[in-house]
Design a protein around this ligand. Structure first.
Ligand code: CA
Length: 228
């Protein structure tokens, strides 16, 4: 999947670039509206992630120029308190929008929904033992039972599940689930892990979510436990 990100905040742009590259996407970056418009029109992308507040030309102006010549799918990034921006974006031909700050997985799910193709699509159904996760429908089941999760709990589970068998540090989890401006001195990750564990492991025969002391957390099937 070939993606253009038009975003002037370096930190957000780097974060998206890294995350999408890890998903085997080819990512181009533009850090202002003028370059963004040029690239969006000149080159062919599967999808464009377009920030509203940009130097040079704002996202609406970029979208307007683009829509005059092309129908490339566009997701706009809007500020939390700017409801009118979301409406304007959709009216001007944006296909979707995300409110900042957003989780990477949410963006990924929206990109998948918009493109419905590409290599990212391959891993939307995840299985870890008897745990089944549908990333697009945002549902989790264990041993056939639907597990009721909050949006954050689902995001946390999805982050762990996509990297099953890999130990994820608290910092990595915080960055992936709680966006980039997370203060790692808080215990928000521990609290969320505890809640998630109670739901996905609590009522079931064996545990899938393990704490690795001093390192982080891992979601995996451990044979010794399965055989009990
Ligand atoms: Ca901006």
């Amino acid at each position: 999947m070939k993606i253009l990100i038009v975003e002037d905040e370096q930190k957000t742009a780097d974060y998206l670039h890294r995350g999408l590259t890890e998903q085997d996407c080819a990512v181009d970056l533009a850090n202002n509206g003028i370059d963004g418009r040029h690239m969006a029109i000149e080159y062919d992308y599967d999808v464009i992630v377009l920030d509203v507040m940009l130097p040079g030309l704002d996202g609406f102006a970029v979208l307007k120029s683009l829509r005059a010549v092309k129908s490339t799918p566009v997701i706009m990034l809007t500020a939390r308190d700017r409801v009118e921006d979301r409406i304007k974006g959709l009216q001007d031909g944006a296909d979707d929008y995300l409110v900042k700050p957003f989780s990477f997985l949410e963006l990924l799910a929206r990109l998948q929904a918009l493109t419905r193709r590409g290599r990212v699509q391959e891993s939307t159904q995840l299985h870890i033992g008897d745990l089944h996760i549908d990333l697009l429908a945002r549902k989790a089941f264990r041993d056939g039972n639907r597990i009721d999760l909050t949006a954050k709990e689902f995001a946390l589970l999805a982050v762990l599940a996509r990297r099953q068998g890999e130990i994820l540090s608290k910092t990595a989890i915080a960055e992936l689930v709680w966006d980039i401006n997370f203060d790692s001195n808080t215990n928000v990750v521990e609290v969320a892990i505890k809640r998630l564990r109670a739901k996905i492991d609590g009522p079931f025969k064996y545990s899938l979510l393990h704490t690795i002391r001093g390192m982080g957390y891992v979601l995996e099937v451990r044979n010794a436990e399965v055989n009990q």
